[in-house]
Design a protein around this ligand. Sequence first.
Ligand code: C5P
Length: 214
Amino acid sequence: MIVAVDGPAASGKGTIARALAARYMLPHLDTGLLYRAVGLSVLRAGGDPADAAQALAACDFSDAALHDPQLKSEAAGKTASMVSAHPEVRAALLQRQRDFAARRGGAVLDGRDIGTVIAPDADAKLFVTASAEVRAQRRFDELTRMGLAVHYDAVLGDIRSRDARDSGRSAAPLRMADDAVLLDTTALDVEAAIAAACRLVERAVHKAANDGDA
Ligand code: C5P
């Protein structure tokens, strides 16, 4: 079973994808980490993330690079959203993600274009979203817990500009697949969001099985 989980920054898609992977005993790939690894590598080399050739040269990294704790930083997230706009970068990372999705037994992948580009034939596709204000509050709480001194307004501004960049780019923009189901987590806590996601996946899988019988 392949499960695609897409959505904007801080929507809860990562938490939901991890929970689904644990529940159905499937491997999980957070595809944002791939773009973060490229962005971080360009940053560390003192390069320009807006330069497609420099970003492309950073796409050849090992799986070990995906465990770097710095990938979770705001700087890496922002640079990731810049390098991910280059079609060359998306093309360079495509096969790695498709190979993961094609693992025997299936997989859960989360990102921005899993249901539309990486795994268009996924058995279940969720599009997880929440209001920008609630997403900013969650990110603010997370950063504050990590001991960082941040301002809510600045976090909200970052979320909005990341949304604009991810939705407005021409290469694989953030968009809900036609056959995805929407999960709005604005009014849900983590447990309720995970429970809703499990129900939606089970419904999608049953529907696919029944359609197959028909
Ligand atoms: O999900 P995360 O916040 O870690 O992603 C960081 C950035 O990587 C996103 O803002 C987006 O620009 C990019 N990304 C993407 N396609 C994906 C996953 C992430 O373009 N499948």
